[in-house]
Design a protein around this ligand. Sequence first.
Ligand SMILES: C[S@@+](CC[C@H](N)C(=O)[O-])C[C@H]1O[C@@H](n2cnc3c(N)ncnc32)[C@H](O)[C@@H]1O
Length: 393
Amino acid sequence: MTGDQLAALRTPAGQAVLAAATELAGADPLAAAAALRARDVEPALAAAALTQAELRRRAEPKFGPDAGRMFFTRAGLEQATRSVVAARRAARLAAAGVRSLADLGCGIGSDAIAAARAGIRVYAVDADPATAAVAAANAAALGLAHLIRVECRDATDVDLSDVDAVFCDPARRSGRTGRRIFEPPSYSPPWDFVAGLPARVPRTVLKLAPGIDHELVPPGAEAEWVSVAGDVVEATFWCGPLARVPRRASLLPADHQLTGGGQARAPVGPVGPFLYDPDGAVVRAHLVAELAETLDGVLADESIAYVYASRAVQTPFARCFAVEEVIPFSVKRLRAALRARGVGRVEIHKRGSAVDVEALRRSLRLSGSAAATVMLTRVAGAPTALLCAPVGR
Ligand SMILES: C[S@@+](CC[C@H](N)C(=O)[O-])C[C@H]1O[C@@H](n2cnc3c(N)ncnc32)[C@H](O)[C@@H]1O
């Protein structure tokens, strides 16, 4: 969306077209375009309104009812922080006494909006003119323009002498292909600039890809991994006085938190009657040993994050399975074991196995009526299949 199209959509006439496009969202695109043309809507505005209506619909899982009042670019929506994550971050900043924040690379403004709602004054910049215009439109649409000042400029030029804290969520996708970029050297603003922020503004918060290397956590910072409904969505580095613990795994929406040093090693032992498959945030945060301790559990292979224990207990940090059979891995043996149990439907999980799950599923050729869960893993280095049943679900 161009700045001109956004401006046209924000006029009273544009809002009426957008409302009409919203009614048509989900309809056949050609029929929807024809319906708007029949109302004498100029084709470029009709196309912009239909795209915007579609993006609002797709934004609902991230933004809830706000999505219906906000504006989006396609890339901006994809990169935007979910409101549940942004609100939690903003609450922590406000609780730490932050009253003013620079948001460097604000995108469509999700984090800036959450900070403003927590009572923080935000100076938000984005280098992309259309994105910055969308952020400003969103601040206005949500009644927060008095707290959010948006400018289109390069983050590396911003004077940071006047803010309590800095937030930076660098772009992590290539513009050309839309593929994710995991290597920090490809971040924009550049990694050197991002990594240098804590030295300039001690209360710096960085939002990074979940795959970020622990080696890159700034000295003394807290590294938090956040998952939403089991999907790890980001790593957050809380620098300077904002750090509380070395490592934290936070599971949203319920906000269960596991903390620790991130250095401990879980004891290694035999496969037990219950297997715990930790949430990805726990694994990414290197807190499997801390989880194992709460379960009185062990790993069956020192490099694989399945925890085995003798009891089934409720924990938000892992899914629990009863281990029914331990099979040294071979397709033939696994097929025989599943057939003996009349299994036709199989859920296959893996940790530490290079097996192609779909190819395995095809080669198992199962036809029974029972269901089973198979964990492909390693036990003391040996490829192993565990036949399991979920506990408590
Ligand atoms: C991951 S997005 C931010 C998303 C935002 N936190 C949100 O939740 O909506 C990163 C943004 O940084 C912007 N950006 C990239 N390089 C920049 C730079 N050097 N200066 C300012 N903004 C930049 C991109 O245009 C993009 O909108």
